[in-house]
Design a protein around this ligand. Structure first.
Ligand SMILES: NC(=O)c1ccc[n+]([C@@H]2O[C@H](COP(=O)([O-])OP(=O)(O)OC[C@H]3O[C@@H](n4cnc5c(N)ncnc54)[C@H](O)[C@@H]3O)[C@@H](O)[C@H]2O)c1
Length: 426
């Protein structure tokens, strides 16, 4: 039976591990978080992925039952059983600086257990140069030589949360190996789960840099459309309609504005590129401006809420619908919603927030739409979720009293006019 070890069982690693398991691989899933391993062993996950009509919860339970997926804390057992090892541990950004410790700890654990013939495929998003200059030297502390005794490749991960299974399968994978054998082994491994093209690049650095700029161009695009939004708002135009019209041009692909940029990938991209840029003496003026602009959006939205309350002389209470960092996601890491809520609370606004997909508990979080909407007039929409029926807002607040601040294009002005509520769109 073929086997593979996947290290880091988060938003990427878990569905990746299960994709191999569904292909009949024995997958040893390693994670350093004991609570997570406990949950996975019980068949529990809060992820919102699905594949061919099955939820990730169903897939997880099935693959645990048939023995194809074995979650564990122990590197030794997992690495002892596999020739191929995939790494998906994160490099968070703290205070604008990438923090390599999780990746280094992971490399040290691999080094302790490394055997001749093994392939290590790094899939984390990294600062360009990390695979060669940070990851590889730790592995070689084992005394084994890369390209002779063991093999190393880098393949960027391009999935969007919520579409992970489908995108592992159908998104082209960019990959580079340390040597020919590393590349061949890594391509063969990726092809187990990826039907799309595997794009082989000339070096780790090409793929690492391509991945970071793929994310950064989205950050810049979002900053741009949020700037356009300020213009269209002053013109009394609906930015979402303007963008829909602009995007009918075949060579235009504008993203949509929103309450800010969250999650693990896009906000970190500038800091990954900038870490290397500073080292090599390059200034990233445009990228930095875009990042700073995006970091200022939560304050802009909070201002909009307060100004709206003042304009309509409402109480300083708001129902926030959606805490996740984007629509239909359970991920609230670096979510702009959390920042908006914090600013509003600091400015004396009472916040009740509802998001049935987000697992984490907060003191301002309530469990039902009704609780969020009790005794409020102002409703702030920050993310769509399958468990939030926005039409129901008007069952709890009479439309003539409701003031909806919509950052996600849930409602049109026509609907607002027909129903009789006030709609403030970004
Ligand atoms: N989330 C996405 O949509 C996405 C998309 C593309 C790329 N990526 C990249 O993939 C990587 C993983 O992201 P994620 O969203 O899955 O992160 P995550 O935080 O959801 O999961 C990472 C997991 O790694 C574990 N971990 C940390 N250090 C470890 C160690 N030394 N040994 C074993 N386990 C360890 C953590 O406990 C956690 O469960 C990141 O580099 C990210 O930038 C993420």
């Amino acid at each position: 039976m073929n086997s593979v070890c996947v290290i880091g069982l988060g938003y990427v690693g878990l569905p990746l591990a299960l994709s191999f398991a569904m292909k009949g691989y024995k997958v040893y899933g390693v994670d350093s978080n004991p609570d997570l391993i406990g949950e996975l062993k019980r068949g529990e996950t809060h992820h919102l992925e699905s594949y061919k009509g099955k939820t990730i919860q169903e897939i997880l339970r099935q693959q645990l039952q048939n023995g194809n997926f074995v979650p564990m804390l122990d590197y030794k057992e997992a690495l002892g059983a596999c020739e191929d090892i995939i790494v998906t541990v994160p490099i968070p950004v703290y205070g604008g600086k990438p923090y390599y410790e999780y990746l280094i700890l992971c490399a040290r654990e691999i080094k302790e257990n490394l055997r001749p013939g093994q392939l290590i495929l790094l899939r984390s998003t990294v600062v360009p140069g990390t695979t060669r200059n940070i990851f590889l030297p730790v592995l070689e502390e084992s005394g084994l030589k890369c390209g002779r005794d063991f093999y190393l490749a880098y393949a960027s991960e391009r999935i969007a949360e919520g579409r992970a299974f489908e995108e592992f399968e159908n998104m082209p994978t960019a990959l580079a190996g340390f040597c020919e054998v590393s590349t061949e082994r890594a391509v063969d491994l990726i092809k187990v789960i990826c039907r799309a093209e595997v794009v082989v690049a000339s070096s780790f650095e090409v793929v690492e840099t391509a991945k970071v700029i793929e994310n950064l161009q989205r950050d810049i695009n979002i900053a741009m459309v949020n700037e356009f939004e300020r213009f269209t708002k002053a013109m009394n135009l609906d930015i979402f309609e303007v963008i829909k019209v602009a995007n009918t041009h075949k060579r235009v692909n504008l993203l949509y504005p929103g309450p800010g940029v969250g999650g693990f990938c896009i906000p970190n991209a500038f800091y990954y590129l900038n870490a290397k840029a500073e080292e090599i003496g390059v200034e990233l003026k445009l990228s930095k401006t875009a990042r700073m602009f995006n970091e200022g959006i939560p304050a802009y939205i909070s201002d909009l809420v307060i100004k709206t309350m003042e304009k309509y002389s409402t109480s300083k209470k708001v129902a926030v619908l959606g805490i996740a960092m984007k629509d239909y996601s359970s991920d609230d890491r670096l979510s702009p919603a959390l920042e908006i809520i914090e600013i509003l609370r600091q400015r004396g606004v009472e916040v009740k927030a509802f998001d049935p997909a987000v697992k984490k508990e907060y003191e301002f979080k309530v469990n039902t739409l009704q609780e969020a909407l009790e005794k409020v007039e102002v409703v702030l929409i920050l993310a769509r979720q399958h468990g939030i029926d926005f039409e129901k807002i008007f069952e709890f607040i009479p439309p003539q009293k409701a003031i909806v601040i919509d950052t996600r294009d849930v409602f049109t002005s026509k609907q607002a006019q027909e129903k009789g509520f006030v709609l403030e769109k970004i």
